[in-house]
Design a binder for this molecule. Structure first.
Ligand code: GLN
Length: 392
């Protein structure tokens, strides 16, 4: 048998996506892989129907259709208070997943070190491996998921080229404060490195927390590669529309990587997405209100059942502590993955085992998401209620 590359042996498939497959197999309610069970805004759907007849159906410009880049640049310019040039500072990608991979491949040589907070969204580990980089993990310590700045400085001293910041943070729901970001930014500038941000949950930030854009901090646009997407903001995860924003000299290289990876994101979907970006600011406020309500509703449900959990400041994820269950004789020796598999089969609700997000040996957390309609949440909570009976 011919051999495969060594690199494919160094990471597993995505546990998040695997849980969705197992969930589907058993017909459970999917609170594992985070995606909404409701539709994108109507204007986007209507425009898509038109585009089906009018086109475009052929390739767009590889780094993104001009009208979509214009719309994204306008949105980001408003957000960060600096004009983003649609012609030289944006690459439209196939989801933020490609944006992050593209960012890593653009800046990393084999053996370069990249700092990643732990817990982390599992893609970053694989992205690092695929781009030849070596991750240095910086622990985010519960309950507030704070970090030790000195550890980040040591990472830069050890030669780290970049720090990946998922803000708001998947899976722990942390929203980095302005002070925290300023402190990281000072180090990024001091060591002439990059901040690579994943800001796909930028609009899912719960008051009093506020989203601060790394690239908006003084001197940081030149040091930041911002990865983002339309998936969460417009409830369109399957459209696979993402983007990367960076200074022109970085984008120029990122465009080449992107071009040879995927050529481009789906042209008809890019065209239809422009309609969503013309929605007024009230759209984002309504989205935020909707998710605030979902968060409060789901957390109240968990409280009623007596499940211990964190209170996310952002994202649509919540981590639930399953230690009380793991301590029961019936779960002796269970990993969090085995518990999640059991829960899919016996309770009918899917979650993601927390160990897939942590570098540290954490086995007592599972992640639910609440991007679900109220009925679905009610059904899931009713099923989770059965867990209560297990506890003494
Ligand atoms: N970000 C989502 C999650 O963490 C899903 C992302 C994906 O599967 N591409 O569940």
């Amino acid at each position: 048998m011919p051999g495969l590359s060594d690199r494919v042996g160094t990471f597993t498939d995505s546990v998040i996506r695997r849980m969705t497959r197992i969930c589907n197999q058993y017909g459970a309610i999917n609170l594992s892989q985070g995606f909404p069970d409701f539709d994108p805004p109507q204007v986007m759907l209507d425009r898509l129907a038109q585009v089906a007849h009018e086109g475009p159906h052929q390739y767009s410009v590889t780094f993104g259709a001009k009208n979509l880049r214009d719309a994204l640049a306008a949105k980001q310019s408003r957000a960060i208070g600096r004009t983003v040039d649609p012609d030289s500072e944006i690459v439209v990608t196939c989801g933020s997943t490609e944006a992050m991979m593209c960012a890593m491949m653009t800046i990393c040589n084999p053996g370069d070190k990249v700092m990643v907070f732990s817990p982390f969204y599992e893609n970053y580990g694989a992205d690092a491996v695929l781009s030849g980089a070596e991750p240095i993990y910086i622990p985010l310590t519960p309950p507030d998921y704070s970090f030790d700045l000195a550890q980040i400085e040591r990472g830069f001293q050890a030669g780290a080229k970049a720090i990946v910041i998922c803000n708001p943070s998947n899976p722990c729901g942390k929203v980095f404060t302005r002070e925290e970001l300023e402190a990281i930014a000072a180090l990024v500038i001091k060591y002439d490195a990059f901040a690579v941000t994943d800001e796909v949950y930028e609009h899912l930030v719960y008051a009093p927390a506020e989203h601060v854009y790394m690239s908006a901090l003084p001197g940081m646009f030149e040091h930041t590669i911002t990865c983002n997407s339309l998936s969460k903001t417009f409830s369109a995860t399957g459209w696979r529309l993402g983007y990367l924003i960076a200074p022109a000299w970085v984008t120029e290289a990122a465009r080449k990587v992107h071009d040879f990876l995927t050529v481009g994101a789906a042209a008809p979907l890019q065209e239809a997405a422009v309609a969503a970006l013309s929605l007024p600011d009230s759209y984002y406020a309504e989205l935020n209100a909707l998710y605030t309500e979902k968060r409060d509703y789901f957390l109240a449900g968990l409280d009623r059942i007596g499940l211990k959990h964190n209170v996310p400041q952002g994202t649509y994820f919540v981590l639930v502590d399953i230690q009380d269950f793991l301590d029961l004789p019936q779960f002796a020796g269970y990993t969090d993955l085995q518990f999640c598999e059991w829960m899919i089969r016996q309770i009918g609700v899917a979650a993601v085992p927390g160990s897939s997000f942590f570098q540290e040996p954490v086995n007592n957390l599972i992640r639910f998401h609440f991007a679900r309609q109220k009925d679905t949440m009610d059904q899931a909570l009713a099923r989770l209620e059965k867990l209560k009976a297990l506890l003494p």
